[in-house]
Design a protein around this ligand. Sequence first.
Ligand code: SF4
Length: 122
Amino acid sequence: MRRRSSDNRDMSDDKNIIEKAADKMGNLIEKASDTVDNVSKFQKQSKLKSGYIERNEFKDSDLHKGFFCYNCIYWIDMTGGKCMIVDDKGPDLFGKISDVIAPHGCCSLYEPNFDEINEKKK
Ligand code: SF4
């Protein structure tokens, strides 16, 4: 059975739609794959490399003042303290292993959170 020319046009339209959909799916899969790659490539700094220190002497300090993890933009207040960019495992510069990023700790990557410090940027 022969198809009419209008049937052929319909089939080629369908083919174009399918090809476009396949292209879009391919792009989406590629983007998703790139995202997974980037997430798995990101590794937090070790406490040693970041120069992290944690001294019990500073535990009762006013954490709103001074260079403390508590008022650093990367600090997360959960289960003793976490940091977005420094791993909480491993020894600090003094060899102390606490398995947290303590509110009274600090490292060389410190970035002040002015909302916590109660100071305004100039
Ligand atoms: S001072 Fe360092 S370890 Fe502490 S929260 Fe900031 S970046 Fe993380």
